[in-house]
Design a protein around this ligand. Sequence first.
Ligand code: URA
Length: 204
Amino acid sequence: AAGELSFEERPGSLEAIGEAIEQCRKCPIGCLDNRAVMGEGPGDAALMIVGEQPGDQEDQEGRPFVGPAGQLLDVHLERAGIDRSRAYVTNAVKHFKFVQRGKRRLHQSPTAKEIDTCRWWIEGERELVQPKLVLAMGASAARGMLGKTVSISKVRGQAMSLEDGSELWVTAHPSYLLRLDGDAREKQAALFDADLAAVRERLA
Ligand code: URA
């Protein structure tokens, strides 16, 4: 769980966390040829949106959710009437995990242990931002918030509560939608939209 490894005292500002994660080598992902990608958005946002980890494009640009999954997320957020610029957008894991195949860097899922190690940082972000509601997208994000693995299909569509009283909503990851086509894609997109609409309602 978070804090099992000995970290220094947690930095007291988002900016300082951003600097600290750049130096973090507590798990093997931090030791790859990548950069840390810090969360982005207002430090007092009511909504915190959590993904898995930066992808190739996020690693290059140093910003969360700017690649294909981020573009799809933007479409759905807009449809739900959620203003991304008012949300704090971050990831459960702060560095891009990949294997190099020729010129391409292929995404690799983080292990539970890697996610749990990185909880040190996301808990710091959550303590500082104090969102009313956290939207965790995908199994890795849900683990990052809860410290245990849950089944998305079982827990989506309902409010859970985190120790500090904030609400946690879990939904699918937009990358999952990107991997589907046809009816399966439509069905999952509709479920994703329904989750976002519920979140929007809770924030109103
Ligand atoms: N996928 C994620 O989980 N996070 C990002 O920032 C980009 C893609």
